[in-house]
Design a protein around this ligand. Structure first.
Ligand code: ZN
Length: 289
């Protein structure tokens, strides 16, 4: 008798979370960093899927038929904008009734070449704008959960304020003459502008371009002349270019910087906050002396 009621209870427990899941707002985020912001604001009231997953490159993504279906089935799509999701227009045709919200709305974009630099999330101050835009989008899509979204956002924004202070303190401890690094593509313009570390990159604003032999030679000269102490790999780019530049200049490889993508759960940067902390630790230990 006791065993039977245990089984009944187990069966009920198996059904209950599924019923709750159906009730949640489905949100599609274009890439992993946005997905993490949506999860923090939405909490258990949203079901988040990302199109470009962890350790993947949003610049050169090829949407799949499954992505088109995800977009057709959702009410809300969160994108970065500023030209990051160049593959998006093809998908939006199948968007159905989904509302598309640009998380960078209100951020003054940095110019890079002829366009805008899309990597606005690399400044934690900008990340707060992403979060407030996402909060407002979730409230508009699901007003019944407005209180939970406001409370979650407030809590997460406080963590981002603390993170911003942490980055400023860490950079402040790096000798001013050492605040120069090489990274693979130009993903750290907003970080550089906010926190005062100079980044030089052999690739442009997108990972799509291949550097010419002259570009690489120029970088090598720059490293030697400016005595740039460390160069960094990225999780979304081919490491061979950076390895070659390190071999030719004697600059040390300071590890990996996470620019455009989080890692999987077990990796070094499964959340935005982990990513920023990892990057600042890698920078300070490579540039300290
Ligand atoms: Zn990028």
């Amino acid at each position: 008798m006791r065993r039977l009621s245990g089984l009944v209870l187990l069966a009920l427990m198996a059904i209950a979370p599924r019923a709750q899941a159906d009730d949640r707002l489905n949100v599609v985020a274009s890439f992993s960093i946005l997905g993490d912001f949506v999860r923090n604001v939405g909490g258990d009231r949203v079901n988040v899927t990302t199109l470009v997953g962890s350790d993947s490159d949003a610049h050169v993504y090829e949407p799949t038929p499954a992505d088109a279906k995800r977009i057709a089935d959702t009410k809300l799509v969160i994108i970065n904008g500023l030209g990051l999701e160049s593959w998006l227009p093809r998908l939006v045709k199948s968007a159905g009734k989904a509302i598309i919200v640009t998380a960078t709305s209100g951020i003054a974009p940095l110019k890079l070449g002829s366009g805008a630099d899309p990597h606005a999330w690399q400044s934690v101050v900008n990340a707060k704008t992403y979060v407030t835009n996402i909060r407002d989008a979730l409230i508009a899509a699901d007003s019944a959960d407005a209180e939970a979204f406001r409370a979650n956002a407030q809590n997460y924004l406080a963590k981002l304020d603390a993170l911003d202070r942490e980055v400023r303190e860490a950079v402040g401890k790096i000798p001013a003459a050492h605040r120069k690094v090489i990274s693979t593509h130009r993903a750290f313009g907003y970080f550089a502008a906010a926190y005062g570390i100079e980044f030089v990159a052999p690739l442009g604003v997108s990972t799509e371009s291949e550097p010419s032999a002259r570009d690489v030679a120029g970088i090598i000269t720059q490293i030697k002349q400016a005595k740039i102490p460390a160069i960094f790999l990225e999780n979304i780019s081919d490491p061979r270019l950076i390895q070659r530049i390190a071999a030719d200049t004697g600059a040390r490889i300071g590890g990996t910087l996470y620019s455009d993508s989080l890692t999987a759960e077990k990796g070094e940067a499964p959340t935005y906050i982990d990513m920023v902390r990892h990057n600042i630790k890698a920078l300070t230990s490579a540039l300290a002396d």
